[in-house]
Ligand binder design. Structure first.
Ligand code: MET
Length: 756
């Protein structure tokens, strides 16, 4: 007889409530501490998590959720998928692992990319004909045993075999990693066997890849794999977790598979509940109803969650309460916030609060709502307060949105703009510029830290930043760039900087979320209608423009990126939120223009990040994404030149949207793809200015002028000289001056040599 699962979460943050793992990793990498120190920190973090989750009252505690860097990399290592170039380094196990994650002097790291549509990044496994899958690392088993010694029975979590291979890339062209599925399944079988012998009653296999479109062949592969795993005689019960969206036809496949449980995300797409009702094979399975949002931070409407979970009751053998996905994507604990806006704080729920919500709902489902009446009342009050709060609904913002007309997001015809801009800017062919930020020097960071700590006052801080702008302008003039920037020294982050100045956003002190490895971000919380009480960047741009006769480019973050890198409200469509942000940016663009700024760049590096996982949902997304950009950038004169910056080289699904943005100049990442993107843009009739990045700022290497000249000549084959811009492929804030200065000089020389 299979045991019940009961209330659970699908995974947990692992960086540490005070980013202990980050510190331990960075100290180990810098050689300031040894492997034993790092392992000790890791052990404590794991134990605290297990104990904390068990004490909070979860019926089933997820195990194996800790990772030194990334859980996809862990899976690769577990099953022996270590590419030869790392194995050959002859390092110990942990350092081989870090070599794959971070590279060494001798070898670059594995490629990194986004984990579905989240802001978490995983390392892309390389699988080829010579990959030999076998169970080579038994961390999952060891951690199960360690937790049990503490008295906590865990449910080990693994990336499922299908998702693992779908996320991998072939190590040689023409190879399909899925060809290795049978061999990989052997290794999973072995691991399940060992977990069973260790005493594990449940194991969780994560298959988020099922939230994206899957071919019939892939569904067939799913069927075969889960039939094989299910048919194993000696194994834990299998819970397959489908999250980040509706599993579509894959649900029927899982229902027919000989597995015991399925975890469903009922938050991302509530229609998943209907699909469950229409899938008869689930009647003998345990369903984990993912009703608590694992990736957003709002306190749940527990009554609504109960209703959603209860609708599954007739369709399953057992229904229990869970999170929609792992809690990896939310911060640890709201209670750690001491400066958070006191009205907003009770509306929030981070990992610790979400665990409690799950426990509460679990009890309500089992014992009746009466036993948790107090919790339900409290939650109701918080939810009601948020709905009623004036700061959430600002009638001025709403009235302004209602009064918008279609022409508010249309500019004059491009040909006329182009002429007016040429007259106003008088730029040479192949104009040179940068993407906005200059290196954030130690002095700049120190000044910001001093301001925060109260060691300097705001006026002193401002003066230091103004001095830095002067230095950056002088340097650009000396190098001979054509369109200058102020360098963004005053910005801690391109989203947070704006969020701090806009109504409708709140900031946290400790709301860190892992982005990759030891890197964390602290997304602002977009809780209410967005309004710009005062100009935001105007002072800096105007200061810079007074220092030079060359045009200075104003620098703003676009609406989609503001949303993508924040926790956004869940009480209205994202399209509406984006339009509000767009209006705030629109006002800023106009103020910049009024201050004599003739070029304004609105960055949308995240345009592609919010792309829905399912193709059928993409057109609707792209429509509002494009519309909000245009709303932000259309309130100005013909002569004002709008730039945008997009931070990726694979356009595929968004290429038409790039045309539709209607920007005058678009800079894109292209150095690594050797300008191929230009041909793609031509194909869809793109006829605007384009700045394919000619140097890869992600590497400390200083490219020489021949190399950049060659790239420019390649670009000129696709783009006429009067449309081509010359720039690096991203902002320079993470680099140092000793790299940036020669690189920009070489870039400018290369442009001069290439000019007709
Ligand atoms: N203007 C920004 C910068 O230069 C754009 C960054 S896109 C990730 O830093």
């Amino acid at each position: 007889m299979t045991s019940k699962i009961g209330s659970t979460v699908l995974g947990h943050p692992r960086i540490g409530p005070h980013r202990e793992l980050k510190r331990a990793l960075e100290s180990y990498w810098a050689g300031r501490s040894g492997e034993a120190d790092l392992r000790e920190v890791a052990r404590r973090l794991r134990e605290d998590t297990w104990r904390g989750l068990a004490e909070a009252g979860l019926d089933s505690v997820p195990g194996n959720t800790f990772s030194y860097y990334d859980h996809v990399l862990d899976t690769a290592v577990t099953f022996g998928a270590v590419p030869r170039r790392y194995a050959e380094l002859g390092l110990g196990a942990l350092d081989t692992y870090f070599a794959m994650a971070r590279g060494t002097e001798a070898v670059p790291p594995l490629e990194m990319t986004k984990w579905f549509d989240t802001n978490y990044h995983y390392l892309v496994p390389e699988i080829g004909p010579d990959t030999r899958f076998s169970l080579t690392d038994r961390t999952a088993v060891e951690q199960f045993l360690q937790a049990r010694e503490l008295g906590v029975e865990t449910r080990p979590v693994l990336v499922g075999p299908l998702t693992f291979l779908l996320l991998s890339k072939p190590s040689e062209e023409g190879f399909d990693p899925l060809d290795k599925l049978a061999e990989l399944t052997d290794a999973y079988e072995q691991l399940l066997g060992e977990l069973h012998r260790a005493g594990a009653r449940w194991v969780q296999l994560d298959e988020p890849a099922l939230a994206a479109d899957r071919t019939p062949q892939e569904l067939e592969a799913l069927r075969n794999t889960y039939r094989r795993l299910g048919d194993l005689a000696e194994r834990p019960a299998i819970l397959t977790a489908c999250y980040f969206g509706d599993p579509g036809d894959a649900l029927g496949v899982l229902a027919a598979a000989p597995i015991e449980g399925v975890a469903l995300d009922l938050v991302t797409d509530p229609s998943t509940a209907d699909r469950v009702a229409a899938t008869p094979g689930l009647r003998d399975k345990s369903l984990v109803a993912g009703v608590i949002d694992g990736r957003n931070i709002w306190r749940a409407d527990l009554d609504r969650c109960m209703t959603a979970a209860a609708t599954l009751l007739g369709s399953a053998g057992e229904v229990s309460i869970g999170t929609s996905c792992s809690l990896l994507h939310v911060p640890y604990d709201v209670e750690a916030e001491t400066n958070l806006d006191p009205q907003v704080k009770p509306w929030l729920s981070f990992a610790a609060q979400k665990v409690r919500e799950v426990v509460t709902l679990g009890r309500a489902l089992r014992e009746g709502r009466e036993v948790v009446e107090t919790e339900l009342i409290e939650a109701r009050a918080a939810v009601a307060d948020r709905v009623r709060a004036e700061r959430v609904r600002d009638n001025r913002v709403r009235a302004r949105l209602d009064s918008l007309r279609p022409q508010d997001s249309r500019r004059t015809h491009y040909a006329k703009r182009r002429e007016a801009q040429q007259k106003s800017l008088r730029l040479p062919p192949l104009p040179t510029t940068t993407i906005g930020s200059f290196p954030q020097t130690t002095d700049v960071r120190k000044a910001r830290a001093a301001l925060r700590a109260g060691r300097i006052d705001a006026a002193t801080y401002r003066q230091r930043m103004r001095d830095e702008v002067e230095r950056v302008i002088a340097l650009q003039e000396d190098i001979g760039l054509d369109v200058l920037v102020h360098g963004e020294p005053e910005r801690n982050d391109m989203v947070q900087y704006f969020a701090e100045q806009l109504d409708g956003f709140a900031a946290t002190d400790n709301g860190w979320v892992q982005s990759y490895g030891s890197r964390c971000v602290r997304p602002p919380i977009l809780f209410g209608d967005v309004r710009r009480p005062d100009p935001m960047t105007f002072e800096w741009a105007a200061h810079a423009q007074r220092l030079t006769d060359k045009p200075v480019k104003g620098m703003l973050t676009g609406p989609v990126t503001m949303l993508a890198w924040s926790f956004v409200r869940d009480d209205q469509p994202q399209a509406d939120t984006a339009r509000q942000v767009a209006l705030a940016i629109r006002d800023e663009v106009r103020d910049l223009e009024a201050a004599g700024i003739r070029v304004v760049q609105v960055d949308e590096p995240a345009l592609r990040e919010l792309l829905p996982l399912r193709a059928e949902q993409r057109p609707a997304y792209l429509e509002w994404a494009v519309e909000s950009f245009r709303l932000a950038t259309s309130g100005i004169a013909e002569a004002t030149q709008i730039h945008t910056h997009l931070c990726y080289s694979e356009f595929g699904d968004v290429i038409d949207a790039i045309v539709a943005l209607d920007a005058d100049v678009t800079s894109i990442e292209a150095a690594r793809s050797r300008m191929e993107v230009l041909a793609d843009l031509n194909e869809v009739g793109f006829d605007r200015g384009v700045g394919p990045g000619v140097y890869d700022i992600h590497s400390p290497r200083v490219p020489d002028e021949e190399e950049m000249e060659e790239l420019l000549r390649a670009a000129l084959k696709a783009v006429p000289a009067d449309r081509l811009w010359v720039n690096p492929d991203c902002g320079l804030k993470t680099r140092d001056y000793p790299q940036v200065e020669p690189a920009l000089r070489n870039m400018t020389d290369a442009a001069h040599r290439t000019r007709p």
